[in-house]
Design a protein around this ligand. Structure first.
Ligand code: G
Ligand code: G
Ligand code: MN
Ligand code: NA
Length: 253
C-alpha cells in the first residue's frame, strides 16, 4: 500500500528520527537517562510508532530501521557523555524480532566499540512478548549483550505474558512498569496497593524499576514514598528532539 512504500523510502533516506524523553532518578530529582523514541513525519503529520513500527515489521524494514536508530542514538549518547563523569544512559526500544535476529549482538558490539560507550550507557528495552516468543534465543542474546556492557530493561512490565518464573531466569538490569499501573493510583486505594505489590516484587528479585507515565504530582509522591528508583512521564519531561537535550543535562556533573 501507499504508506508502506513511503515508509520504505523514509527508512532508506534515514528520515525516521528520534525524540528523547527524560528518565529521572527519584531520590535526587536528577536526569539519569533518556528514552529514544522513533518519530516519523509523513505529509506534514506525525505517524505514531504504534502504526509505523508494525508496518516496518510487515514490510521487512525492521532490521534496517533498528540499525539506523541505534546508530543515531549511540552517536548522540557519545556526544552528550563526552567530558561528563556521571553515567548518562540512553534507552533504545528493540522489537522482539530484532533481539533474536542473526547478527544483532554483533551489530551492537560494533556500536559500543566504535562509539566508545561506557558500561551501562546503552540500555535496550525489550518487551515480554520478545522474551517469551523464543525464550532460549532471547536469553542467549540478553546474556551476550550484558557481557558487552549493554543494559537490558524489560519494557511494559506487567501487561504482557509475565510468567514470574521465566522473568526470574532472565538476567535483566531493570524493569519498566507499564503506565497502566500508575493511571489511577492517586484516586483508587486498590490501585495504589497493587503498585506497591509490584514494586515489592521487583525489589524482592533485585530489579531496579523505572515507573512510566507519571503525569501528576500525586503519582510522583506515591512512587517516592514506595521507594521506586526512577520515573518517566509527561510531568517529568516530554519527549524532545535531540537538539533540545543538552540544556536538560546541565544539572549533571
Ligand atoms: O513514542 P510513543 O510514545 O508513541 O511510542 C509508542 C510505542 O512505540 C511504544 O510502545 C514504544 O516502545 C514504541 N517505540 C517507539 N520507538 C520505537 C523504536 O525505535 N523501536 C521500537 N521497536 N519501538 C518503538
Ligand atoms: O512502550 P513504551 O514504554 O516504549 O512507550 C513509551 C510511550 O509512552 C511513548 O510513546 C511516550 O510518548 C509515551 N509516554 C511517555 N510519557 C507518558 C505519559 O506521561 N503519559 C502517557 N500517556 N504517555 C507517555
Ligand atoms: Mn519503551
Ligand atoms: Na513501556
Amino acid at each position: 500500500e501507499e504508506l508502506r512504500s513511503a515508509l520504505r523510502t523514509a527508512v532508506e533516506d534515514r528520515r525516521v528520527r528520534l525524540a528523547f524523553q527524560p528518565i529521572v532518578e527519584l531520590t535526587t530529582g536528577r536526569l539519569s537517562g533518556l528514552e529514544a523514541l522513533a518519530r516519523w513525519r509523513h505529509e506534514g503529520r506525525d505517524v505514531p510508532p504504534d502504526v509505523f513500527i508494525p508496518l516496518a515489521e510487515r514490510a521487512g524494514l525492521m532490521g534496517a530501521l533498528t540499525a539506523d536508530l541505534l546508530e543515531a542514538a549511540c552517536t548522540r549518547l557519545a556526544g552528550w557523555s563526552a567530558g561528563r563523569d556521571e553515567l548518562l544512559t540512553v534507552h533504545v526500544n528493540v522489537a522482539p524480532s530484532q533481539l533474536v535476529a542473526p547478527g544483532f549482538v554483533t551489530t551492537v558490539a560494533d556500536l559500543v566499540r566504535r562509539h566508545g560507550l561506557r558500561r551501562g550507557a546503552l540500555v535496550l528495552e525489550i518487551t515480554e512478548s520478545g522474551i517469551f516468543a523464543d525464550l532460549d534465543a532471547a536469553q542467549t542474546a540478553v546474556v551476550e549483550l550484558r557481557r558487552l556492557g549493554v543494559g537490558v530493561s524489560l519494557d511494559d512490565f506487567g501487561v504482557g505474558y509475565s510468567s514470574l518464573a521465566q522473568l526470574n531466569a532472565m538476567p535483566l538490569d531493570s524493569v519498566k512498569i507499564d503506565r497502566s499501573f500508575l493511571a489511577r493510583v492517586d484516586s483508587d486505594p486498590r490501585q495504589a496497593r497493587f503498585l506497591h505489590a509490584v514494586l515489592r516484587l521487583a525489589e524482592e528479585i533485585g530489579l531496579p524499576v523505572v515507573a512510566e507515565g507519571v503525569e501528576r504530582p500525586a503519582q510522583l509522591h506515591l512512587l517516592r514514598a514506595l521507594g521506586c528508583q526512577h520515573a518517566q512521564g509527561y510531568l517529568l519531561g516530554r519527549p524532545v528532539e535531540a537538539d533540545a537535550v543538552p540544556p536538560l543535562l546541565d544539572g549533571i556533573a
